[in-house]
Design a protein. Structure first.
Length: 202
């Protein structure tokens, strides 16, 4: 349900992951497998996913560059323990990752919007933090799945191939595994995601 005067930006914007319950299920699976207690959302937008994260994770940090969107998200998450950060992810992320925690972190990267494309800088900041979090990137090209939408900027697609040098820097070339979502296991929104995580023996 949208608030009065809330702009319509995308379908199901008030629902977690635009109402893709397959993605929510995968997040919970990763939470259990990697004992995640802290989730960092890059790109709050209007808080549809943020609210769900607050209901399912111990500690939630979310970063949004546009204050009007953040204000709506705060209304949506009223009464919940969410740490809201206003500003560019490139300016804010390092400080959020530096805060102490006991378990592994999950970084959900969804801050690319229009001409705003901080993805590679965000991955560099994650590397510089020294952490090896679980990383989930929204709007990623899914190989051999033409129905799954993805974003590209100035001819550069969000894909495993374009992110690989940065991912190798974070985990080491042999230190991680990854998988994608699929057309079969997705709702009508059809947006690609990649899930990246350290190997258990790394």
């Amino acid at each position: 349900m949208l608030f009065e005067h809330e702009p319509t930006l995308m379908p199901f914007q008030d629902c977690p992951f635009n109402n893709d319950h397959f993605v929510a299920k995968e997040f919970l699976k990763l939470k259990d497998e990697f004992k995640i207690d802290k989730i960092v959302e890059l790109g709050t937008c209007v808080g549809g996913s943020t609210k769900w994260m607050a209901q399912n994770f111990l500690e939630v940090h979310t970063i949004e560059i546009q204050k009007p969107f953040q204000d709506i998200a705060k209304l949506r998450c009223e009464g919940m323990a969410v740490n809201f950060h206003l500003g560019s992810t490139v300016d804010v992320l390092a400080g959020v990752l530096a805060q102490p925690g006991t378990g592994r972190v999950l970084c959900f990267i969804d801050s690319h919007w229009g001409d705003h494309f901080p993805l590679f800088d965000e991955l560099k900041i994650i590397k510089e933090s020294g952490l090896k979090p679980v990383i989930v990137v929204h709007d990623c090209m899914v190989p051999d799945e033409p129905a799954m939408g993805y974003d590209s900027y100035k001819g550069v697609a969000i894909s495993f191939e374009t992110m690989k040098p940065y991912i190798d820097d974070i985990y080491g070339e042999e230190g991680y595994s990854y998988h994608f979502n699929s057309d079969k296991a997705s709702t009508e929104i059809k947006r690609g995601l990649i899930y990246i995580y350290p190997k258990t023996n790394a």
